[in-house]
Design a protein around this ligand. Structure first.
Ligand code: SF4
Ligand code: SF4
Length: 511
C-alpha cells in the first residue's frame, strides 16, 4: 500500500465501529524512545512532562510477540520521539521480522539516517523509512526544525535512495513535509525538489498535535497545503479503534501523539495486551468518540481545538500537563513567525475576478492564476510629475526612472499602500484628500491600482529610501515622454503611464 493510501486511511471515516473492538489491530506503533534531537516548531515533544528515555528492551520484545499472536502484522517504531536514538532498534526490527511481521517501518528526522545505519536496519528487516523534512532550503529548515542540519539530512536521503536504486534494495523511501502557511512554497515546487530523492513525497497540513499546540490552527495552518488529505482528525479516531500504541513506559494509549499519557488506558506490565485492548477505560473513550461527546478529554482539545485543561483517562498513568500551554501561545512558534515574517513579504492572493481567495503567500510565490495587488502612484505638483530613479545596485532596471510604486501587503488596502509607499520611499506624507483612484489593470501576476496624488512638493525636503531610490525630479509630461523614448524609464510601467495620462487628458477637472 502506498504512503498516501496509508495516511488517508487515518483520516477516512471509519464505519460500523463499536466501543468493544472484536478485531485486534493489524498495526502496532511502539514508542521506543520519547527523546528527540530536533525541536520542530509544530511539535509538542518539548512540552512533554514525562521523563525522557527508552523503552525496556525485553518488554518491547514481549509486546511484539503478544501483538503478533493477536494477528498484528505491521509495526512502526516511532510515535513521539526520534527512533534512531535508540541503539536497540536493529534488534527490535530483527526480532519483529523473525517472528513474522510483514511490514516494518520508521519515521525519522533523518539526522542519524546515514546510509550505514539504514543499511543495517534494512539488513535486519526494515521495509520502509519516511524522512520528515519540513523545508526545502537551509534557512527555512533551521527556522522550522531549530537544528542546522539541512545539508546533512538531504545528503543522507540522497545516499539512501541512490543505494536503493544501485543495489536494488527492497526498501521504500518516503518523505513527509508538514506545511505551514509560511513554508508551503507550493506543492509542485516541494514535490519537484524531492522527486529524485525518494519513492513518494507527501505534503500534509500542520495540525494541533492532539490539542497540545492549540495555537497552530490560527497561527500556522494553511488549508491549501494538503495532498487531498484531510488536515483535521475525524471521529471516530483511527488510532483509538485500529491501532495498538505502546508508550516507552509500557502503557497502551489511544493516541500516537499522546505526549503526556493523557489517553493511556493500560499498564501492560500489569495487564496483557489482549485484555487491555477492550478494558473499560478504552471502551469509555471509544463510546465518547462514537457519540461525539468528548467531555474534557484530550480528544476534545484535538477535535475542537479547545484550550481547556483536559482530564486524563487514567490519572495514575498520566503526567500532569503544565496548564499554561493552553493559555499562552508557544514561544517557539511566535519566534518562528517573527523570523519568517521578517524574511517574507506576505500578500493576500486574489483570483482573476479580483476576489480575495483568503490565501496568504510570500509575494514571490504567486503562481499562475493567482494575483497580488500593486499600486502605481503618479504624483503631480501642479503640471509636473515627481519621478524617482532606482538605485544602481538593484537587479531589476538599475538606474531607470519610474513613478512611485509598491506591493500591497497582507490585509492592507490599496489606499493604505499608496500612502505608505509615499512615506517610505519619499518621506512624503499625503492625506486622503490629495489622492484620486484612477483605475486598475491586470498583469500576469498582479492587479495594478493606479493613484494620482496632487500635492505641493519641496524636493529638498523629501527623505529618500536609500536602498531603493537614488534620486527624484519633477518633469513635465513632454519631458517624461522624451525619457521613455531615450529608454531611461522602466519599460513595464508604460501601460500605467498611458492609463494615467488618459485620465489627465480626458477626465481630470471635468467632473
Ligand atoms: S516532529 Fe519529530 S523530529 Fe520534530 S521535534 Fe517532534 S519528534 Fe522530533
Ligand atoms: S487526541 Fe484523540 S482524536 Fe486526536 S488523534 Fe489522539 S486519539 Fe485521535
Amino acid at each position: 500500500m502506498e504512503i498516501n493510501q496509508r495516511i488517508n486511511k487515518i483520516f477516512n471515516k471509519n464505519q460500523g465501529l463499536n466501543a468493544e473492538c472484536i478485531e485486534y489491530p493489524k498495526t502496532i506503533l511502539i514508542e521506543i524512545t520519547n527523546l528527540c534531537n530536533s525541536n520542530c516548531i509544530f511539535c509538542a515533544n518539548s512540552k512533554m512532562t514525562r521523563k525522557k528515555g527508552f523503552i525496556n528492551k525485553n518488554f518491547c520484545f514481549s509486546i511484539l510477540k503478544q501483538a503478533y499472536d493477536l494477528g498484528t502484522r505491521e509495526v512502526g517504531f516511532y510515535t513521539t520521539g526520534e527512533p534512531l536514538l535508540n541503539k536497540d532498534l536493529p534488534n527490535f526490527i530483527n526480532y519483529a521480522k523473525k517472528i513474522g511481521y510483514n511490514y516494518i517501518y520508521i519515521t525519522t528526522n533523518g539526522i542519524l539516517a546515514n546510509y550505514n545505519n539504514i543499511k543495517n536496519l534494512y539488513d535486519n528487516g526494515l521495509d520502509s523509512i519516511k524522512f520528515s523534512i519540513n523545508a526545502i532550503d537551509k534557512n527555512t529548515y533551521y527556522n522550522v526544525h531549530n537544528v542546522d542540519v539541512f545539508d546533512k539530512v538531504i545528503e543522507n536521503l540522497k545516499e539512501i535512495y541512490l543505494h536503493k536504486k544501485i543495489d536494488n534494495l527492497n526498501l521504500k523511501v518516503y518523505v513527509s513535509y508538514i506545511a505551514t502557511k509560511y513554508t508551503n512554497v507550493d506543492h509542485l515546487t516541494i514535490k519537484n525538489f524531492f522527486k529524485n530523492m525518494c519513492d513518494n513525497i507527501i505534503v500534509v497540513n500542520v495540525r494541533n498535535q492532539s490539542g497540545m499546540m492549540p495555537e497552530i490552527p490560527e497561527l500556522l495552518c494553511n488549508d491549501s497545503a494538503t495532498d487531498n488529505i484531510q488536515s483535521k482528525r475525524i471521529l471516530p479516531c483511527y488510532y483509538t479503534f485500529k491501532n495498538f500504541i505502546v508508550t516507552k513506559e509500557g502503557y497502551l494509549t489511544a493516541c500516537c501523539t499522546d505526549f503526556n499519557n493523557y489517553l493511556a488506558y493500560s499498564d501492560l506490565k500489569k495487564e496483557d495486551l489482549k485484555t487491555a485492548w477492550n478494558n473499560n477505560y478504552i471502551k469509555r473513550l471509544r463510546l465518547m468518540q462514537l457519540e461525539n461527546n468528548l467531555g474534557k478529554s484530550l480528544c476534545n482539545n484535538c477535535i475542537n481545538n479547545t484550550r481547556e485543561m483536559p482530564f486524563p483517562l487514567r490519572a495514575e498513568l498520566a503526567t500532569p500537563i503544565n496548564k499554561d500551554i493552553f493559555k499562552i501561545s508557544d514561544e517557539k512558534i511566535l519566534n518562528f513567525i517573527n523570523k519568517m515574517e521578517g524574511k517574507m513579504e506576505l500578500v493576500n492572493i486574489f483570483n482573476k475576478r479580483r476576489e480575495n481567495t483568503n490565501i496568504v503567500k510570500d509575494r514571490h510565490d504567486v503562481q499562475p492564476g493567482e494575483y497580488r495587488i500593486s499600486v502605481h502612484i503618479w504624483i503631480l505638483n501642479e503640471d509636473k510629475m515627481l519621478i524617482q530613479q532606482r538605485i544602481f545596485t538593484t537587479k531589476k532596471f538599475p538606474g531607470l526612472w519610474s513613478q512611485t510604486a509598491g506591493g500591497v501587503e497582507k490585509d492592507e488596502s490599496s489606499l493604505q499602500a499608496c500612502k505608505r509607499e509615499c512615506l517610505e520611499e519619499l518621506g512624503l506624507n499625503v492625506s486622503d484628500d490629495e489622492i484620486t483612484y484612477v483605475g486598475s489593470y491586470t498583469r500576469v501576476r498582479d492587479i495594478v491600482d493606479i493613484f494620482l496624488v496632487e500635492t505641493k512638493i519641496d524636493i529638498n525636503k523629501l527623505t529618500l529610501q536609500n536602498d531603493e531610490v537614488n534620486a527624484v525630479k519633477l518633469v513635465s509630461f513632454n519631458e517624461f515622454e522624451q525619457m521613455i523614448k531615450n529608454n531611461e524609464v522602466v519599460p513595464s510601467i508604460n501601460p500605467s503611464y498611458e492609463y494615467f495620462k488618459n485620465y489627465i487628458n480626458e477626465f481630470k477637472g471635468k467632473e
